[in-house]
Design a protein around this ligand. Structure first.
Ligand code: SF4
Length: 243
C-alpha cells in the first residue's frame, strides 16, 4: 500500500533542533491550531504543501550523508495518517524526533513506541491557550494527556518547549509552565526558544527576538521553580543547557 504525505519544506542540515545531533528537518503541512505568533503560517491550511509518496521521501532523506537523525516538524505532524509508517521507515536508519502540539493523545501514544524523541509544545500558560492558539479550549486537556503519556514513556527522549515572544509569551507563562512541570515530576528537558520575526510570521513582524540573556534569565527562573533540566535555543549559540 502506498502512503502519501503533504510536505511543506525541508531543512537539509540542522544542529539546533536535536541536541548533539546533525539532523534534517521535514516540515509536514497542515495544522489544527492558528497560533498568533506562528512562524510557519503558510503551512497551517490543511491542503498546503505538496504531496509526496513515502518511499520517495525516505529515499531522498537517505541520500543525505551529513545526518544521523531526522526531525519531523510542521505544521502539525500528527494530523497526517502516514506519519506513523514514515517514522517506522526512518527509524530503521535514523534517530527520529517528532515535534507536536500534543492535541491528539492517541497518536502521541503510538509515537512513543516508534520514535526516539518527542518535542511537545506547551505554548503558554494554560489559561491563555485559546487566545494564543485560536484552537478550542478543550484541547488543553488533550495536551496535558499527551504530556502525561510521554512523561511515562521513559524510553522516549522528551523535550517540552515554549517559544518566548516579547510582550506576548514570557515570565508569567514560564513561571506557570515550570510549576506545572515540577508538579508532574517532569523527566525531560524544558527548552525556551527564541521567536524570530521573519519568514511566515503574520501579526508579530515588528517584535524583536528575545535576547540570549533574557532567555537565560527565564531559564534560571524555571530552575528555581524546580525544573531539573532546562535549556535555551538561540540563533547565536544553538542549543545550550543552563544550570
Ligand atoms: S501549532 Fe505550530 S504550526 Fe500550528 S499554528 Fe501553532 S505554531 Fe503554527
Amino acid at each position: 500500500m502506498k502512503h502519501f504525505l503533504r510536505i511543506g519544506g525541508f531543512v537539509e542540515l540542522s544542529t539546533v533542533d536535536i541536541p548533539k545531533r546533525a539532523c534534517c528537518v521535514v516540515f509536514l503541512a497542515g495544522c489544527n491550531f492558528d497560533c498568533v505568533f506562528c512562524q510557519n503560517s503558510t503551512l497551517i491550511p490543511i491542503d498546503s504543501g505538496d504531496l509526496i509518496e513515502l518511499t520517495k521521501l525516505v529515499s531522498e532523506i537517505s541520500k543525505n550523508m551529513l545526518i544521523d537523525s531526522v526531525s519531523i516538524s510542521g505544521g502539525e505532524p500528527i494530523l497526517q495518517p502516514a506519519l506513523i509508517p514514515l517514522c517506522q521507515e526512518l527509524k530503521k536508519n535514523f534517530y527520529v524526533n517528532v515535534d507536536t502540539n500534543g492535541s491528539i493523545p492517541r497518536v502521541v501514544e503510538t509515537l512513543t513506541s516508534i520514535v526516539n524523541r518527542i518535542a511537545l509544545d506547551i505554548k503558554c500558560e494554560f489559561n491563555s491557550y485559546a487566545d494564543i492558539t485560536r484552537a478550542p479550549s478543550h484541547l488543553v486537556g488533550a495536551i496535558k494527556e499527551s504530556f502525561n503519556i510521554i512523561n511515562s514513556a521513559s524510553n522516549t527522549d522528551f523535550e517540552v518547549r515554549t517559544t518566548i515572544v516579547p510582550s506576548l509569551i514570557g515570565e508569567l507563562d514560564v513561571s506557570a509552565i515550570s510549576r506545572f512541570l515540577t508538579a508532574q515530576n517532569f523527566r525531560g528537558v524544558y527548552v525556551l526558544q527564541q521567536f524570530w520575526n521573519e519568514g511566515d510570521v503574520r501579526e508579530f513582524k515588528t517584535i524583536e527576538s528575545p535576547t540570549r540573556s533574557e532567555l537565560i534569565k527565564l531559564a534560571k527562573m524555571a530552575i528555581d521553580l524546580g525544573v531539573g533540566n532546562v535549556a535555551i535555543r538561540t540563533r547565536e549559540q544553538g542549543y545550550e543547557f543552563i544550570s
